[in-house]
Design a binder for this molecule. Structure first.
Ligand SMILES: *Cc1c(COP(=O)(O)O)cnc(C)c1O
Length: 450
């Protein structure tokens, strides 16, 4: 299951890296190889206690293994351990970060930008909302009911008034409800989610931008999970229209550690207007001495950051350019096709009740039953039976509003319905889908007869 062949290229690259420091007197860190080996073996034993995330039969939560090139470039960079807070801490890795981030900005159609890599989508969104607060101080921050829970939390941190906006049955921000709020309340910022975490629904950004012309507010796009689908050519017209409008948003967040094949610790925030960098201005006597160039630490809320994360991102983009029609884009298209195929399968089989037609690569469904309580119980039993057969899915609690819209035939004997959820994020999922479906149906038969 674990790809190990590429490790030889790490050895070769280390030789090249070391050459750059050959003027220094000989020095080597001392290790006691036997003890180190024994500890590592223990670590390997401990790590066996995990779901098999890299395997295609792991089709549950939003998890995608890093690309081998990202893993190796990260490890290579660890031998230097650069800190991208300042150029003193990592010249090469800061330059690579700027290139990698410019590449992402270009992917979204930004012609100008300021941005950087950060710890996560949550931190990236915090930063975007912090900038929003400085640019537009008065009014609500709005995001859909299906937006990531951290928006409400970060608004609390920033002491911004937050309000959620209802979604339509497609799980997208309801544009009529949004306009109603705009008519009655001062609104500073609207957060559009392009790819919600639980359903993969895409808010109608193009329509939100039309409202911006009339009402005037800041638009932040949370594309932590969905952003890379900008490159996919096989999405629905409405979904495409939202992605195409991204270049007009004031800020964008994307998580390379979600769909961008990166290890955790890699979010990214982009501002369209580079002059907003002025907001970060601060004095610090102990950094920034060696260069007049822009330091990434001057445009970031965080201080120390792993240069290795930027190096891994750069290497991945070098190997797999962020281009429509390229290998990376085709991987996303394969994930979308796999999700549509699984959705069709559950829609065509009477033991299941299909949820939304997937806009991206997340599929949600429950089990046919007399009512919500029985359907939920069956969903849980299927989840367990599938895991027993090594098919790992996730569970999702579907709200009353969406469950009523999707599954009116279920007796209303509970407020929510437990559903199964599958994120088919790996390009290999398309090829593995027949086996996934066979295991699912077997597990369904077992759990329904139990
Ligand atoms: C995952 C996610 C986040 C949070 O990102 P983290 O990297 O987990 O902190 C925010 N918004 C959306 C839409 C997400 O899917």
């Amino acid at each position: 299951m674990l790809e190990k062949n590429s490790l030889q290229y790490l050895d070769e690259a280390l030789v090249v890296l070391e050459r750059g420091f050959s003027d220094l007197p000989e020095f080597e860190t001392t290790v006691q190889p036997e003890r180190l080996g024994a500890v590592l073996q223990e670590v390997a034993q401990r790590l066996q206690d995990n779901f098999p995330y890299p395997h295609p039969l792991y089709a549950g939560q939003m998890l995608k293994p890093p690309h081998p090139v990202a893993r190796l470039a990260y490890m290579l960079a660890l031998y230097i351990n650069p800190n991208n807070h300042a150029l003193d801490g990592g010249r090469a890795s800061s330059a690579m970060e700027k290139e990698a981030v410019a590449n992402l900005a270009q992917m979204f159609g930004y012609t100008t930008h300021l941005g950087h890599v950060c710890a996560s989508g949550t931190i990236a969104n915090l930063e975007a909302l912090w900038v929003a607060r400085h640019v537009r101080a008065q009014g609500l921050v709005l995001a859909s009911e299906q937006s990531h829970y951290t928006h409400a939390r970060m608004c609390e941190v920033l002491q911004l008034p937050y309000q959620s906006v209802a979604v339509d049955p497609a799980g997208r921000m309801d544009i009529n409800v949004l306009e109603d709020v705009l008519k009655h309340e001062p609104v500073a910022t609207v957060v559009a989610t392009l790819g919600t975490t639980s359903l993969g629904a895409v808010d109608p950004l193009h329509e939100i931008l039309r409202l911006r012309e009339h009402y005037g507010f800041r638009v932040h796009v949370d594309a932590a999970y969905g952003g890379y689908f900008k490159l996919a050519a096989n999405l629905d017209v409405q979904t495409h229209a939202a992605f195409d409008a991204m270049s007009q948003a004031d800020s964008i967040v994307v998580d390379p550690h979600k769909h961008g094949l990166q290890p955790y610790g890699c979010g990214c925030v982009l501002l369209r207007d580079p002059s907003e960098g002025r907001l970060y201005k601060h004095e610090s006597p102990y950094t920034y001495f060696t260069s007049a160039e822009l330091h990434l630490g001057e445009i970031s809320l965080e201080c120390s950051r792993p240069g290795a994360a930027a190096v891994a991102l750069w290497a991945t983009q070098k190997l797999l350019p962020m281009e429509a029609g390229g290998e990376f884009a085709r991987g996303l298209e394969a994930s979308h096709r796999a999700a549509l195929a699984l959705h069709r399968h559950v829609a065509n089989h009477q033991q299941y009740l299909a949820g939304l037609k997937p806009e991206l690569d997340i599929v949600v469904w429950t089990l046919a039953a007399s009512g919500r309580v029985a359907a939920s119980r069956r969903a849980q039993a299927l989840f367990d039976a599938a895991a027993h057969r090594q098919l790992h899915l996730a569970l999702l609690r579907v709200s009353d509003h969406l469950a009523t819209a999707w599954w009116p035939e279920l007796a209303h004997d509970a407020d929510t319905v437990t559903a199964l959820r599958s994120c088919l994020m790996k390009p290999e999922h398309e090829e593995w889908l027949p086996r996934i479906i066979a295991l699912l149906d077997t597990a369904a038969r077992e759990s329904l007869s139990a």
